[in-house]
Design a binder for this molecule. Sequence first.
Ligand code: FES
Ligand SMILES: [Fe+2]
Length: 443
Amino acid sequence: MDPRHVKLYIDDRPADGVFRVHRDVYTDPVLFELEMKSIFERCWNYLALESEIRNTHDFVTRHIGRTPVIVSRDAKGQIGGFVNACRHKGATVCRMEQGNARYHVCPYHGWAYDSAGKNVDIKDRKSGCYAAAFDAEGHDLIPVARIASYKGMIFGSLSANVPELEEHLGEIKFFLDLHMEQAPQGMEVIPGRAWYAYRGNWKMQVENGNDPYHETSTHGCFVAIQERRVKGQGNVEGRQVDWKKRAAADSGTFDLGNGHSSVWINCLEPEKRSLYPLLDAVRARVGSLKAEWMLKQRNAVCFPNLQIADHVVPQLRTIRPIAVDLTELRSYVLAPIGEPPESRAARLRQFEDFINPCGFATPDDITMFNESQQNLRTSGGEWLQAHERGIAALPAGSRGLAGELGIRPVAAVRGEFEMQPETATHAFFREWSRRMQAGLSDI
Ligand code: FES
Ligand SMILES: [Fe+2]
């Protein structure tokens, strides 16, 4: 298909029971270039938690699409973002993933920048015979055009021409609240992260987070292990869900607009949730409705680069596209600030069991991504048959439920878990198509 006809890549006709995505969306390097410019460089991207840079001069390094950035707290306590590429010759100024530094010194020729991105030294400037034209230029790191926070989560945009952050987040704020309001003193990232890559398109992970359909097959071994644990065998402490009960649990999906979405399932074993010991206090603070939703297993996608999952323990997963067939993921475990050590240890054991790159789930998913990417390059079967499961349940939806939650989804589906709807991905591909068409019209 011709990339100039980008709107033809998504066949969005839910009234006819049709929602199809063309296979080139995952494999075409021309589309990938357009995605970087039209989506990642023109949109709010999640960067870090404020609690990761608590003190002045604390910093983390991240990416917005392919652009490396430093997110730091300057001498005045102000949070800022700067492109992590030296103004001299483009070398990476800060190679550390996080730390505390009053100054960042470029390793190539030694230009130095402070924690506000301001150039404070050009090595041997006096002897350099620079002309006045050089002195007249700015030498500071290029700032990330917009930086803003919501509930302690920092987002950045390389383009100044974006709506206010809260407007972009829209209805997904409810699901961010469910993550970030679990503790009275706030949530923090447990030090460390899982960091890995796969040989597949970045959208595969976005979709996978909203795909309950794959769980019983891709993770069949894990399901079998859980069944043995229910019988008292193996690591009983690691038991998380009883799959037999799960099949009939109430569940659903939300298209939250602006590309955001969520899938959810009633938790039938709340005592297995990391939040459970704190439940009474949480209920008193945030109310029964939010507390009940915090217990449900949820997986939300915040367009374009963040997954907010809470099906085992609350985690944030960032998605970084590197090439059309190469993607980097980082997973962070969230925990209440001030949590007792034994609860924190239990939280980590649950995370490792399922999610870690060496856990029971992640290697399964990555294998599927790697193989799909290879196979999508072959010809034939231009349209994937992947986004129509649950589509007939859309008209009934779960709008009533949404009203109770105070959110206004574009569309919703509700039913037993075994429906395993794929409709949550519609939100992402609608926004993908809208932004790609807008980007193309500007070229
Ligand atoms: S590239 Fe940074 S000082 Fe030369
Ligand atoms: Fe999975």
